[in-house]
Design a binder for this molecule. Structure first.
Ligand code: COA
Ligand code: AMP
Length: 633
């Protein structure tokens, strides 16, 4: 195998040679005409002319190659006490039959299907079944409310929805069906069919003529074969937070995606076919798409689908139990999960109750990995702890310690080096052209063309794609992150440059929350910031100015605001705090100084902007935050 340095160099100098070789590891129905068509940048296309099927490469091919008896998927649910294993043979049959069910509903290549499911194997089965027939899936995270689901229905215009009757959260059952019905009620687009998985905990009532039970549909259907799709055809749309309340529909292709995900299993994660890989995330997030479902299966691994939390299901030893019971070689999770475990078991005593001697590497991503958490994990687990950096848009890591080439020295606070394929530059924010010298912070951009597997565009919104990512720094993809590269070429990701915050590894838009607060009848104006939190990394904090003449108790209004965000966006927003203030700090041109409010909340020093309208307001905000107990950590 080549070294990291050799591969990195080739991947940038001759991307066609590099990714063309990686593509040989997949089964194609028709070979590509060109590896890369970059005639119309930034709309570059990977493997045009090629035809394949992602589900075939995840399942059928392994059965044909003798992996049929190997476990493909393990569902481990401390929420229900259930563990279920599926071999490649079994999973292929189940997916083929369910795909037949979808076909019998008239769903066909290019149709959109929204999947709104908890962490049950049927979520992965539904995704793979869509891929099998060329339908484009869009998974919506279960923690989002009906309104968020409705926005996605109106954007994706699905012909069908696939949903579970309920999700299970510690201490509470979340009924999905009423949320689904409400979403369809408020959306303008109406899907023709809803396939409902009835879980034992809740039996949802069905709407006649529209809804069908999963079991009944699968029971009456015949298995269908994989449909060849173009490498450039969309595999899925995944909505992610942008700077406004309207989410962005990231479009992923079939060919480039399959090529890089398979490649990444060995080169980034050092996993071989037949080994067990566990991404403790949710299928509603990009990590779940890429590393619970697609990449491990493309590579012939065993993947774990875990329905539980790092703590409380039943305790902070649950991760070690899963690693022990299923022979997990590498775990991928968010630092927040480890902060939760560390909080409950500070000395990591519970690790001693399990045999995890086969466990080799811990990978962290989703938010900045704070040095304390990394050191704690290193000390207690005694394995390499590797931070890596990526986004929904890229679908796989941009910066990592690519362990398949041999692990590089770890620098705390850095996800290490750019992954082959990514030409990462730190650009001066002032002119959006010059590159920053080593050690200086700038905006992080990737020189085009992006490698395979990254976003193709936004769903039916090329203009939004260009505006959000491609226009500000011509010739580059703007990541939305700020950071620097040190003298050894190590990346350091410091902050977002926009209104996105990261709460317990979940990406959320403060703009979206502001839209909800502004909708309250008593609110004149508002701002939401992400304040530091020792467990979740950041938590949202709202500031509202009330309309003149409102004399209701402030506590009542705050409670209503908290409930409103939960109702409109969902519990995952974790919006629990808001305060009423007399005024918001602004520049003379009227821009709210959210960055400074965040610094005050976090107890950081800040410079008084020359353009501030009235410096006195900052003193008022400081007092209000101090009274509310900020800074918290
Ligand atoms: N369906 C319905 N509700 C959900 C949900 C789902 N799929 N996922 C989360 N929620 C709810 C939670 O129950 C919680 O509700 P509450 O306000 O009534 O308590 C709320 O959304 C906030 O959830 P979360 O931020 O996850 O907090 P938590 O207290 O439940 O758990 C952690 C905290 C750290 C244990 C948890 O966030 C975690 O395991 N994070 C791992 C990170 C991760 O998976 N990241 C994904 C990208 S890698
Ligand atoms: P998401 O699209 O939900 O995966 O969130 C992507 C964003 O999370 C990135 O743009 C970063 O701001 C942040 N992020 C992800 N991984 C890391 C990491 N390893 N270090 C720092 N920030 C990260």
């Amino acid at each position: 195998m080549a070294t990291y340095e050799e591969d990195f160099h080739t991947s940038l100098k001759d991307p066609e040679k590099f990714w063309g070789a990686a593509a040989e590891d997949l089964k194609w129905f028709r070979k590509w005409d060109r590896v890369l068509d970059n005639d119309n940048p930034p709309f570059s296309k990977w493997f045009p002319g090629g035809e394949l099927n992602t589900c075939y490469n995840c399942l059928d091919r392994h059965v044909e190659e003798g992996r049929g008896e190997q476990t493909a998927l393990i569902y481990d649910s401390p929420m229900t006490g259930h563990v279920e294993k599926f071999t490649y043979q079994q999973l292929t049959e189940i997916v083929a039959r369910f795909a037949g069910g979808l076909t019998s509903l008239g769903i066909t290549k290019g149709d959109r299907v929204i999947i709104y499911m908890p962490m049950v194997p049927e979520a992965a089965i539904a995704m793979l079944a869509c891929a099998r027939i060329g339908a484009i899936h869009s998974v919506v995270f279960g923690g989002f409310a009906a309104k968020e689901l409705a926005t996605r229905i109106d954007d994706a215009k699905p012909v069908a929805m696939i949903a579970g009757s309920c999700g299970l959260e510690p201490g509470r059952i979340v009924e999905y069906k009423p949320l689904l019905d409400e979403a369809i009620e408020i959306s303008s687009h109406k899907p023709d069919h809803c396939v409902i998985l009835q879980r034992p905990e809740v039996t949802a009532s069905l709407v006649e003529g529209r809804d069908v039970e999963w079991k009944e549909l699968a029971g009456r259907s015949e298995p269908v074969d994989c449909v060849p799709v173009k490498a450039t055809d969309p595999l899925y749309i995944l909505y992610t937070s942008g700077t406004t309340g309207v989410p962005k529909g990231v479009v992923r292709d079939n060919g480039g995606h399959a090529v890089v995900l398979k490649w990444s299993m060995k080169h980034v994660y050092d996993i071989d076919p037949g080994e067990v890989f566990w991404a403790a995330s949710d299928v509603g997030w990009v990590v779940g798409h890429s590393y619970i479902v697609y990449a491990p299966l493309l590579h012939g691994c065993t993947s774990i689908l875990f329905e539980g939390k790092p703590v409380g299901t039943p305790d902070a030893g649950t991760f070690w139990r899963v690693i022990q019971d299923h022979g997990v070689k590498a775990l991928f999770t968010a630092p927040t999960a480890f902060r939760a475990i560390k909080q409950q078991d500070p000395e990591g005593k519970l690790i001693g109750d399990y045999d995890i001697s086969h466990f080799k590497t811990l990978f962290l991503a989703g938010e900045r990995a704070d040095p304390d958490t990394i050191v704690w994990a290193q000390d207690t687990l005694k394995v390499p702890v590797l931070d890596h950096w990526w986004q929904t848009e890229t679908g796989w890591p941009m910066g990592a310690n690519c362990s398949g080439y041999g692990i590089k020295p770890v620098k705390l606070g850095s996800p290490t080096l750019p992954v082959p394929g990514y030409d990462i530059r730190i650009i001066d924010e002032e002119d959006a052209v010059s590159e920053m010298p080593a050690g200086d912070i700038g905006v992080i951009a990737v020189k085009l063309p992006l490698p395979p597997g990254t976003l193709q565009t936004l769903w039916q919104n090329d203009e939004g794609f260009l505006k959000s990512y491609m226009e500000e720094i011509p010739g580059y993809y703007k990541t939305g992150d700020a950071g620097f590269v040190d003298e050894d070429g190590y990346l350091f990701i410091m902050a977002r440059t926009d209104d996105i915050i990261n709460v317990a590894g979940h990406r959320l838009s403060t703009g979206g929350m502001e839209e909800v607060l502004a909708g309250h009848k008593d609110v004149a104006e508002c701002a939401v910031i992400g304040a530091k939190d020792s467990l979740k990394g950041q938590i949202p904090m709202g500031f509202v100015v009330l309309n003149a003449g409102v004399d209701r108790p402030e506590g009542d209004i705050v409670r209503e605001l908290v409930a409103l965000v939960r109702e409109k966006i969902g519990p995952v927003a974790a919006f629990k705090e808001a305060m009423v203030v007399k005024r918001l700090p602004k520049t003379r041109s009227g821009k709210i100084l959210r960055g400074i409010m965040r610094k005050i909340a976090d107890g950081e020093e800040y410079r008084m902007p020359a353009t501030i309208d009235d410096p006195e307001i900052l003193a008022e905000i400081t007092v209000a935050l101090e009274q509310a107990g900020y800074p918290k950590s």
